[in-house]
Design a protein around this ligand. Sequence first.
Ligand code: NAP
Ligand code: F7E
Length: 324
Amino acid sequence: MGKKAFITGITGQDGSYLTEHLLDLGYEVYGFARRNSVTEHQQTRIENLMNNVDLTYGDMLDQSSIDKLLKRVNPDEIYNLAAQSHVRISFDVPQFTVQTNALGVLNLLESVKINAPNAKIYQASSSEMFGNSRDADNMQRETTPMHPVSPYGCAKLFSYSLIRNYRKAFKLFASNGILFNHESPRRGANFVTTKIIKNAVLISKGKINTLELGNLDSKRDWGHSKDYVRAMRLILNHTEPDDFVISTGETKSIRDLCKIVFSKLNLNYEDHVKINPKYVRPDELSYLCGDCSKSKKILGWKPKYSFEELVDEMLEYFLEKYKD
Ligand code: NAP
Ligand code: F7E
């Protein structure tokens, strides 16, 4: 019989790719879906997998739902991907963000300690925890100091620390993946890559004329979600629990991304992109470039997708979607 994996946040971008990856490897996959008034749209990313996964209602804020699932399933591996994952929105809903992204992890750890102490736990930690610190070589790595600049980043730093604390204090197999930005055609529409690529396609088809963005000068290290979910499994299947940076080591500005995407559609971004202060954050992480040498060396992980291939895949997806 295959291993049993419990994925919180299974309906999200990473949850859907991780489910496909684990099913391919023979895992049994269990997941939580939150109650939503519009059930039709909720499972779109995992629609084709519904016959192969065990999906139950649950919420990171509802301890009883976590307890019930762990008692029933006793999973070998737990991937905690559930989060309010939008950094700017974390300034609008800071309390919900902190409750889910920080206290939700505490709920999970407490439940694991009692109900499934042998389960291995992966925590979806984030490069947003670094804030604006970087090392002398302009990169962030596992040892770089963390000074988050958003409620999202602060909550993720709290849960990152809890994972390390429960690993040491209670000997849980609990690991952090410190993942830099990763994207795909399944990325939510209000993250900057999807927003630029989808709207540039609509502009190229004459359906709209303007794209409103915030800060064009921040830089991000963008990879593909498919590559990053492979790393999650490798992290949990390493011989010991530890913390790993997952990144590409390349960085580009939002302006660079606009230039690249619009020029692939034979357009000049300057004719269409307007700045709307609504999308500028109260505080901003201005530069990310991750050094993932530790993951390459210890886990043997490296990305398969280039930045160019990621952008092309997302462009092809939206060109096909809006072809008529
Ligand atoms: P995503 O698409 O926004 O998915 C988040 C998932 O969490 C969704 O399934 C969402 O369900 C669920 N969720 C939200 N609040 C919940 C709650 N209170 N209880 C249970 N489930 C809840 O995010 P993603 O891009 O796949 O990212 C996965 C994880 O990695 C997140 O923890 C994110 O913070 C972290 N991360 C992402 C990146 C990145 O660049 N993508 C980088 C570093 C870390 P609904 O659909 O019902 O809202
Ligand atoms: O913003 C700038 C914005 O929202 C990227 C999450 O997955 O990665 C993600 O967080 C940059 C920022 O991602 C708009 O100011 C300009 O500098 O796509 P994003 P993020 O904030 O980096 C980390 C690693 C995570 O952990 C998070 O879960 O783009 N930007 N104009 C804009 N961003 C958005 N969303 N919308 C704009 O109009």
